[in-house]
Design a protein around this ligand. Sequence first.
Ligand code: HEC
Ligand code: HEC
Length: 300
Amino acid sequence: MRTVMREQFRQSRAGEIAIRWYLTILLVIAGTLFAADRARGQDDGAKLFETRCYSCHNIGGGDKQGPDLKGVTERQSREWIEEFVKSPSAMRSKDPVAAELFKRFSPTIMPDQTLSPSELDSIISLIKNLTSKNETFVPSGAKLSRAIVPADIVAGKELFAGEIRLANGAPSCNSCHSVNGIGALGGGTLGPDLTAVNIKYRDPELISILQAPNFPTMNTIFTNHKLTDEEVVQLFAYLQNAKQLNPTAAVVPTQAAATTDPGFLILGFAAATLVLVGLNIFWRKRSHGVRKEMVRRSRI
Ligand code: HEC
Ligand code: HEC
């Protein structure tokens, strides 16, 4: 009788330990996945923001063609932001805050943006996250594919002026823009003069505009006729050099260094650990129960 019970006890203990390990592993996996998912959400938001909004908006770092979006999630409700982003000009006629913004940023008008609710959520959580940490958005893709060499300035000027055609078939920059001293007749006037453009924008901001200009006039052309990585380097070098024609211009503040955020991983593990602790307490009670049962049975 005793041995049978001991055997039963051993079996139930072994089963219990196995289940416990199984649950532990499951929880660690779930915790890690949760953390990875949160991190991916942030990445998606950052990527979207970089390609869709960053031409006109900073998060921290000041106004560009549009207002700095730092803190916008504290100024406005999610519903307001959603409605605004969907159709800024529709908001202008019915919302005094939007009307005021339009006046301040005229003549630039934010074009309607088509974002799915989850895309908007990922951008909003990016803005919230950076705002709460008082950090500036740093685009991860806005880097040159290689270091600049002096020959790039000449090549960039030729690209700008249309002496060399852009590889993917976009019209040359000088059909709409001028830079001091380009061509005898100067360039086009549909777009602004770009002589001091690299004073107006920090390096990553300007690189990002060359990679994915989201201004209405430019993006209709450049979305389907992107500049190549080489052209970005050469045009950047040329525009960078244009600053030397403007020695009196103000020094450009340097962009804050990129920070990677281990917070989400830690959060995930913390969540998993908490649940584990809870589970342990639960199991301790359970094994008490088992023991009580054994004692009860041994008395029979
Ligand atoms: C072509 C430039 C441009 C692009 C691209 C752009 N915006 Fe804007 N945005 C503006 C301007 C300009 C305003 C100010 C209102 C106006 O004049 O249209 C504005 C205003 C806003 C506001 C209100 C800000 C406040 O302080 O209340 C939000 C929110 C916003 N934009 C979000 C976005 C998001 C999100 C994207 C990308 C999906 C985006 N914008 C893309 C130019 C742009
Ligand atoms: C079809 C006309 C057109 C062409 C071609 C064009 N742009 Fe533009 N660009 C514009 C307009 C217009 C703006 C002003 C923003 C707006 O309203 O769209 C602009 C804005 C810019 C800006 C931001 C300027 C500022 O002061 O904020 C940069 C930088 C720029 N363009 C660079 C280029 C480069 C480099 C090329 C050639 C590869 C180019 N553009 C080709 C029309 C053009």
